[in-house]
Design a protein around this ligand. Structure first.
Ligand SMILES: [Zn+2]
Length: 355
């Protein structure tokens, strides 16, 4: 089953694309861009399902055979390319083109070429959705480029990514970019309530959700990820270390005890994702504290409260100390790409706080 959910916050953009399609003006390749977790993939799925729906309305009817097949991920004219759903980090040539000589570790499923080789089953066009298109490697992008260069009637490519710069200039020149931005607070909260897992009648959960929405910058997908990683607790601990309310070494141990769910195939990857989350939170708090120091209003900031207290604390009083902290956290974050101990890198960032 796919999550066919109304793309809240992007309804005007999607409605505009549906209208273009009804008038025969939908570009054959779209690239939906915008921050992570704002619902770009869902918007692409909604658009394709709408255009495949037998009712030909402004939204999928949800009840016709086409909508049911789309929801069950069994629609013959809708093909989703998703590296992570197949446990791959990269979208290789095997996702794009038909190759007989596939290594056994490579993706073994249907390629875009295979899919396009079949006639449209229902006559309302064929749609290829490329989730996280930045995962396409160069060989795969070049193979895709050939398909984009020779558009076929009724075939539509819907690419989505938060990092369009990862795509070749040649590919970008063949797609029409549509930007989908972060959602306002109410819309983001509505998406999270829709998704379940939060109880509107529980004051503590409502408060936690407001915190997650702030931390995510209006991206429900990111908010859900931060929730499973227990980011608000981690941010609190990092904030205590930064402001000097608690000793860094004490906080260091607790950061690794917070019972969050960090995704990854191996224990090392999960530890690295935890370190990444911790360091990103620290960098976010430091950046927001700089904004407060420059006279900015803390209220709309992701880390408003923590940042405001850090800006007022002794830790932030000296410019060289502030710079040293910022540099240390940034370097630790960059060094995470090397295969260094995640705990060691977090310790290194925290050590920059000892005054
Ligand atoms: Zn329908």
């Amino acid at each position: 089953m796919t999550d066919l959910v109304r793309p809240r916050g992007h309804q005007d953009a999607v409605a505009g694309l549906v209208r273009s399609a009804r008038e025969g003006r939908l570009p054959h390749a779209l690239l939906l861009t915008g921050p992570d977790g704002v619902g770009k993939f869902r918007a692409a799925l909604w658009l394709a399902t709408t255009l495949l729906c037998e009712e030909a309305g402004e939204a999928p009817c949800g009840a016709c055979g086409s909508c049911k097949r789309a929801r069950a991920a069994s629609h013959a004219d809708l093909f989703t390319v998703d590296a992570r759903a197949h446990d791959q980090d990269e979208l290789t040539i095997f996702f794009v083109a038909h190759r007989e000589d596939r290594p056994s570790t490579a993706y073994q499923g249907t390629s875009i070429e295979d899919f396009l080789g079949l006639r449209a089953a229902e006559g309302r066009g064929k749609f290829v959705i490329l989730r996280e298109a930045h995962r396409l490697n160069e060989v795969a992008q070049n193979a895709l480029l050939k398909m984009l260069e020779e558009p076929r009637d009724g075939v539509h490519f819907l690419l989505e990514t938060a990092t369009p710069d990862a795509l070749l200039e040649t590919v970008r020149s063949r797609v029409v970019e549509v930007r989908l931005d972060g959602l306002d607070r109410e819309t983001c909260e509505a998406v999270l309530f829709d998704a379940g897992g939060f109880d509107r009648t529980d004051a503590a959960q409502v408060e936690e959700m407001a915190e997650l929405v702030r931390l995510s910058g209006g991206a429900p997908g990111v908010a859900m990820e931060l929730s499973s990683r227990r980011a608000p607790e981690l941010a609190q601990l990092v904030g205590e270390a930064l402001t000097g309310t608690r000793a860094a070494h004490e906080v260091a141990a607790e950061l690794w005890e917070v019972d969050g769910d960090f995704e990854g195939k191996t224990a090392f990857v999960r530890r690295r994702v935890r370190a990444e989350t911790i360091l990103d939170l620290g960098l976010g708090i430091l950046a927001d504290a700089e904004r407060c120091l420059a006279g900015g209003d803390p209220v709309p900031l992701r880390h408003g409260q923590l940042a405001a207290s850090l800006a007022k604390s002794g830790a932030f009083a000296s410019t060289p100390a502030r710079r040293r902290m910022g540099r240390a956290w940034l370097e630790a974050r960059e060094d995470l790409r090397l295969n260094l101990s995640p705990e060691g890198l977090v310790d290194r960032a925290l050590a920059s706080l000892s005054r």
